[in-house]
Design a protein around this ligand. Structure first.
Ligand code: AMP
Ligand code: ZN
Length: 116
């Protein structure tokens, strides 16, 4: 996707602080971190959101989750972390390229959501 910001990071058209890369997956620091550790894990292939995955995407999704745990530890979130996948309008997804947020650091990240 030529106008997708995360595809541009994959292609090297815009810079990012990469923390992990393999043939299928890229992880880089969030440009506007919410916690001391805030990394985004993306598939290199453009997938718009978790709502648009197909069965063929299952292996890369599994690898993204397993790799997220390794990245969290490697980035210093050694005593746990949270992953978040904002999806679509209700999930308030801002960048329409599937991504896992890893948030963590030395301290607990805070409540999950405000209660209704
Ligand atoms: P979401 O609301 O789940 O779509 O989150 C998008 C995330 O992407 C936000 O936390 C942004 O700070 C982050 N972001 C947007 N542009 C960039 C960029 N060029 N490099 C790194 N992170 C970015
Ligand atoms: Zn993309």
């Amino acid at each position: 996707m030529s106008d997708c910001v995360f595809c541009k990071i994959v292609d090297g058209r815009i810079p990012a602080q990469k923390v992990y890369e393999d043939a299928e997956i890229l992880a880089f620091n969030d440009i506007n971190p919410a916690r001391p550790v805030h990394v985004l894990v993306i598939p290199k292939k453009h997938i718009a959101s978790l709502a648009t995955v197909t069965p063929a995407d299952t292996p890369v999704l599994g690898r993204m989750l397993a790799t997220a745990s390794e990245i969290a530890s490697a980035q210093g979130s050694t005593d746990g972390f949270r992953i978040i996948i904002n999806t679509g309008r209700v999930g308030q997804q801002e960048v329409p390229h599937l991504h896992i947020h890893i948030v963590g650091g030395p301290d607990p990240v805070g409540p999950m959501l405000k209660r209704i």
